[in-house]
Design a protein around this ligand. Sequence first.
Ligand SMILES: N[C@@H](CCC(=O)N[C@@H](CS)C(=O)NCC(=O)O)C(=O)O
Length: 231
Amino acid sequence: MAAAKIKLYTNHGCPWAHRAHISLAELNLPFEEEIIDLSVPRTPEYLKINPRGLVPSIEYNGEILTESAVISNFLADQYPSHLIPASDAPGGAFLRAKIAFFVDTFISKTTGHFFKAQWGKEEEIETSVKEYVEAIVKEIEPLLANAAPFFNGSDKLTQAEVLTGSFVVRLFTLPKYGVLPEHILTDLSAKAPNFYRWGEAVSKHPSVLGIYDEELMAAKTKERAAKLRAA
Ligand SMILES: N[C@@H](CCC(=O)N[C@@H](CS)C(=O)NCC(=O)O)C(=O)O
C-alpha cells in the first residue's frame, strides 16, 4: 500500500485524542500533527475540519474523519494487524463483537465514575471511587479472565486496549500525584486481580506511553479540578 498522508489534529492532554496516538504508534504509521489549543475558542479553520470543535480529527489522504473510536477503528481496518481480525477471518466477527462489547462496557459503565473521582466535588470523591471500583469488579473483571496479558489471551496490544488504554494509564499513574486517592489501586488489586494485572501491562506499553506525560497530566488534572470545584 502506498504510504498515506496522515495529519492528526490533537491535544496531548485529551484521553480521546490519545486513542488515535495509540493506534498510530501501534500500527507504526508516520503522521504529521497539529496541536489544537483547547484553552481558547476553536478557529474557523478548525471548525471546518471538525464542526463540533473537538479533538481528535484526522485528515487521511485529504479526507476528514472525526471521533476517536471512528478514527481508531478506521485505522485498524485500513491496516490489518494484530490489533483486530477482519470480520471474514475465522472467528473474526465474534472477536470483533467481544472487543466492541468490552470497550462499550468500559466507557459506558466506568469512565463517568472515573472522571467524577478526579474532578467532582471534594465530598463526593470517595463515593465516586467506590462506585468506580464496584463497576470494574462487576463489569470489567469477568471480561479479562483470559487476558494474557492483553485482551482475549493476546500477547500483543489489541483494539480493546487501543480504545481504553488512555484511561487505564491515567488510573495507574495519577494516584501517586494525589489526583486520585492512592487506595483506588490497592482496592482494585485486591478486588479485581484480572483487571489489575491487565491494567499494569497496558499502562507500561510503549504505544500507550508514547505521548503521555504523567507529571503534566497530574498538574493539568489538579488545575482543572480546582477550577471546576471553585465554579
Ligand atoms: N466523543 C469525542 C470526545 C472528544 C472530546 O471530548 N475531546 C475534548 C478534549 S478531551 C475536546 O475536544 N473538548 C473541546 C473543548 O474542551 O473545548 C471523541 O471520542 O472523539
